[in-house]
Design a protein around this ligand. Structure first.
Ligand SMILES: [Zn+2]
Length: 460
């Protein structure tokens, strides 16, 4: 984040005029811009060579169609999921054994893309959080290991799925392996899911279980088609990734909270957009020369992915996808037409690029899981009309909490432009108008790890 308050109109002169601030400013607070050495190590340990080896191994199962063969040890989705589970366990044994690796299985009944009852199996590796009070806060990162070709019901044909989505699967496996050596305050779930291509069934099952158990999923990322930096015209752009972030959540009946968001112009300050701001800031901090391009929609135009079952259950969730997809290399039978090779083959992936996307994910997950939770019950005082902005919030309970930071931006800006450390308080007055700026409150720990911001709803 660019510093700081004095460059912003309004605040500097308000401060000069000696206006009262509810929370006295004692110092600048913990340094929230410093690199955490552990995250720099994680980012540099993510290996394009291991990611490539994983993808080539996954392609080697011939097809990973959700209804394919499950008995064979060499072909089909059964062999693929057993291999993925073994890989998680092998890596875990070498790294201290703190990952909890399990199958999450259910039988999907016949539906539009399921022609007979089929066992759907997610492979889930959980890295439990280590801080009391924070371990129940969960971040999920996923890729889907199932594949398809032109006919989505073809369970036997060659369906390499090297980009869609062995790329996301390999990134998640690499992150689990590299990150499980370290301890985080919050819990991180590394998940490879099945049946994305048959209707997001694996992710929906896990998200529904989470909802029923009332799990605190504070953020979810899916990595789907992160494999190639080359567009259909051959142009290479390996310096950015698209990050899809839903705005107003789609709900049958709008809740009071959503209504308050809309009434105060907060449609760009939903929990998914706040999570995306955090991912962009931290991802770009740790992965130099690489851009996270936030796309202000839930997914590509009218398309979908495994973050959607999470969104539809009220969780903040995002999708990572390469900047320019080449549709010759997804969802199609492998073949040659007019001298052009069609199909989702490993030679069309860019393994260094996938590693960069994995590094952005890992840096974002690590910063989230080391930071306090985003503040709860953040509200703006509105009892009387005034040109200052007074925010109140519920105190965080983390033992390493240092305090809070107020962030703001112009109403037409996407990213935070100003910030002020206010200390360990639960109310602060900022001499800027709530009519003219968007505000947020972040919790910061003693190491300078800042949470995503929370948008203030009106306090009446
Ligand atoms: Zn996909």
């Amino acid at each position: 984040m660019a510093t700081i308050n004095t460059s912003l109109p309004g605040l500097a002169c308000a401060l000069a005029a000696g206006m009262a601030i509810a929370a006295p400013v004692q110092d600048a607070g913990p340094n929230t811009a410093r690199h955490q050495p552990q995250i720099d190590t994680i980012v540099s340990d993510i290996s394009p060579q291991r990611i490539e080896a994983t993808i080539r191994r996954l392609v080697g199962f011939h097809t990973r169609h959700t209804m394919s063969e499950t008995e064979s040890d060499t072909v089909g989705i059964g062999a693929a999921r057993r291999w993925i589970k073994n890989e998680f366990e092998r890596c875990n044994a070498a790294n201290g054994g703190r990952l909890q690796v399990a199958f999450d299985s259910h039988i999907a009944p016949v539906s539009r893309r399921i022609s007979r009852p089929t066992e759907i199996v997610n492979v889930v590796a959980t890295l439990p959080g280590t801080q009391a009070g924070s371990a129940e806060r969960i971040y999920v990162v996923s890729g889907h290991y199932d594949s398809r070709n032109t006919d989505v019901m073809d369970e036997k044909g060659y369906a390499p799925g090297a980009n869609d989505d062995a790329s996301g699967t390999a990134a998640v496996m690499e992150m689990a392996c590299v990150m499980s050596k370290y301890k985080f305050d919050a819990t991180i779930v590394f998940m490879t899911v099945a049946a994305e291509e048959q209707g997001l069934l694996g992710a929906a099952h896990w998200a529904e279980q989470a909802k029923q158990k009332n799990l605190n999923i504070a953020g979810m990322f899916t990595n789907d088609i992160i494999g190639s930096s080359r567009d259909e015209h051959g142009k290479v752009d390996d310096r950015q990734v698209r990050l899809f972030a839903e705005g107003i959540p789609v709900e049958k009946d709008m809740s009071e909270a959503v209504r308050a968001l809309v009434l105060t112009g907060g449609e760009n300050d939903t929990i998914s957009r706040q999570l995306a701001r955090h991912v962009k800031e931290q991802g770009e901090r740790y992965v130099k020369g690489f851009k996270v391009s936030v796309i202000q929609r839930r997914d590509r135009y009218l398309r979908g992915g495994d973050h959607m079952p999470f969104l539809e259950r009220g969780y903040a969730a995002l999708r990572f996808t390469e900047p320019n997809e080449d549709f010759n290399h997804q969802h199609q039978n492998v073949r040659t037409e007019n001298g052009v090779t069609i199909g989702d083959l490993p030679e069309y992936n860019d393994y260094k690029y996938i590693a960069k996307v994995a590094r952005v994910n890992a840096a974002a997950l690590a910063t989230l899981a080391l930071a306090p939770a985003a503040p709860q019950k953040v509200q703006m005082r509105t009892a009387q009309l005034e040109n200052d902005s007074t925010l109140v919030w519920q105190a965080n309970t983390e033992p390493d909490l240092a305090g809070y930071r107020i962030v703001w931006r112009d109403t037409t800006a996407s990213d935070w432009q100003g910030s002020r450390w206010v200390g360990n308080v639960t109310e602060a007055k900022i001499p800027l108008s709530k009519d003219n700026y968007f505000f947020g409150v972040q919790a910061v720990d003693r190491d300078g790890n800042a949470s995503p911001a929370t948008y203030p709803l009106p306090l009446k």
